[in-house]
Design a protein around this ligand. Structure first.
Ligand SMILES: CC(C)[C@H](C(=O)O)[C@@H](O)C(=O)O
Ligand code: SF4
Length: 475
């Protein structure tokens, strides 16, 4: 018999019961909540007269609907009535049921997938769920993490368990050395460009190989975050020293002797050498160039040095039609150099790329520079209040502000149009977020997915540039 994958190990250690039809009950260690997908779940609990099964397993915050400016008047000061109600409802529900919530003006508030790891609420070996598709982010810690629907949010609140079917195992192996300036974002966009947005459907993906081992936790989180864009619900990376160093001394991480014991067991969280995967994909790190998306799906992506593809060269009629539609929406002509796309706004933020390392990377490009006068707006939205405070201690806020960026309060912001930060119709945006769907950042808005460094360099020039030049020049 062959060995176990990391996914098999996580699955087996949380399996409560398996039925003959393959449906399984798994135990959930950590449940994160936000204001969008929780109201009906709490309502369901109330109607059934239930209380949360394990209060301490839950951690809530407000992120999608919060404004990123003008928070001095608290929740009642939120202008949009729907957003105000959403935020107030989570506050009320958490108060009623006794769940810890980082409210809008708590320094620990932020995007749910940023604050979990930051607080040590996400730990190796856990099962982590949240009513949010980008929960896959937490898999970077050698955890089994995925999004759930609102009825499942209610189920987890009530029982701490979830009915699931096991996925197949996929290994994405990235070996070799990344070129300077190439980030986890570029690696992940290149993977999605290669396997497609349905490439991971039905699988749990493990990222491995020497290039992944060399990545920071922030970069691993970026990759696991975008796993859902590759069609897989869960992505994960094995535990190593990088993982353990990141987790150490986090507020909710174990301490003292418990820490030593935890680390000893976490070290086992890797695939066995003889584990077999149902599918294996290889990438050579040295081949990966800075990525920019040109279309309305994350797989519609190319190297910054390339051109907008020509549908005429696509033999598959369905794909051709999809490309034509995407180009029409994006207002792009085939064969336009990617560096020729003029931008209107720059957004550095989201649960994909708003951690401290992301802001440092962008600031290193922007230092002493100013943004192009042709831009309507450039903004940085830190992923959490803690990231914001850290960036301010390092003086990064000054670099951004001096360059012409707006420095905002934490939240999902322009990643999706559920708050005042939105694109206007027809506007092109260099965005460090994860989805470039039609209307995602505002009605008629045109999203180009890039890394923080690429967004920063694009801000200076008003169009995309190959940041490789920056890194070469800097030596
Ligand atoms: C609002 C929420 C349910 C949604 C998700 O599940 O991912 C959002 O976070 C997103 O990124 O589209
Ligand atoms: S930042 Fe974007 S992707 Fe992440 S949870 Fe918020 S809306 Fe979803």
């Amino acid at each position: 018999m062959s060995g176990k994958t990391l996914y098999d190990k996580l699955w087996d250690s949380h399996l409560v019961k398996e039925r003959a039809d393959g449906s399984c009950l798994i135990y959930i260690d950590r449940h994160m909540l936000h204001e969008v997908t929780s109201p009906q779940a709490f309502e369901g609990l109330r109607l059934a007269g239930r209380t949360p099964w394990r209060i301490d397993a839950n951690l809530a915050t407000v992120d999608h609907n919060v404004p990123t400016t003008g928070r001095e008047n608290g929740v009642e000061g939120i202008e949009d009535p729907i957003s105000r109600t959403q935020v107030r409802t989570l506050d009320d529900n958490c108060n009623e049921f006794g769940i810890v919530e980082y409210g809008m003006n708590d320094q620990r508030q932020g995007i749910v997938h940023v604050i979990g790891p930051e607080q040590g609420a996400t730990l190796p070996g856990m099962t982590v769920v949240c009513g949010d598709s980008h929960t896959s982010t937490h898999g970077a810690f050698g955890a089994l993490a995925h999004g759930i629907g609102t009825s499942e949010v209610e189920h987890v609140l009530a029982t701490q368990c979830l009915v699931q079917k096991k996925s197949k195992n996929m290994l994405v192996q990235v070996d070799g050395e990344l070129k300077p300036g190439i980030t986890g974002k570029d690696v992940m966009l290149a993977i999605i460009g290669k396997i497609g947005t349905a490439g991971g459907t039905g699988y749990a993906i493990e990222y491995a190989g020497s290039a992944i081992r060399g990545l920071s936790m922030e970069a691993r989180m970026t990759m696991c975050n975008m796993t859902i864009e590759a069609g897989a619900r869960a992505g994960m990376v094995a535990v190593d020293d990088t993982t353990i160093d990141y987790v150490k001394d986090r507020p909710m991480a174990p301490k003292g002797e418990m820490w030593e014991r935890a680390v000893a067991s976490w070290r086992e969280l890797k695939s066995d050498d003889d584990a077999e995967f149902d599918k294996v994909v290889h990438l050579d790190a040295a081949d990966i160039e800075p990525q920019v998306s040109w279309g309305t799906s994350p797989e519609m992506v190319t190297n910054v040095g390339d051109r907008v593809p020509d549908p005429a060269n696509e033999s598959d009629p369905i794909k051709r039609e999809g490309m034509q539609r995407a180009l029409k929406y994006m207002g792009l002509e085939p064969n336009t150099p990617m560096t020729g796309i003029q931008l209107d706004r720059i957004f550095i933020g989201s649960c994909t790329n708003a951690r401290i390392e992301d802001l440092r990377e962008a600031a290193s490009i922007l230092k002493g520079q100013t943004i192009a006068s042709t831009l309507k707006q450039a903004m940085v939205v830190p992923g959490s209040g803690m990231v914001k405070a850290q960036a301010e201690r390092e003086g990064l806020d000054r670099i951004f502000i001096d360059a012409g960026f707006e420095w905002r309060e934490p939240g999902c912001s322009m990643c999706l149009g559920m708050n005042p930060d939105q694109l206007g119709e027809g506007e092109h945006c260099a965005s460090t977020s994860n989805r470039n769907f039609e209307g995602r950042q505002g009605f008629g808005g045109r999203t180009h997915l890039v890394s923080p460094a690429m967004a920063a360099a694009a801000a200076i020039h008003g169009h995309f540039v190959d940041i490789s030049d920056y890194y070469d020049r800097a030596g």
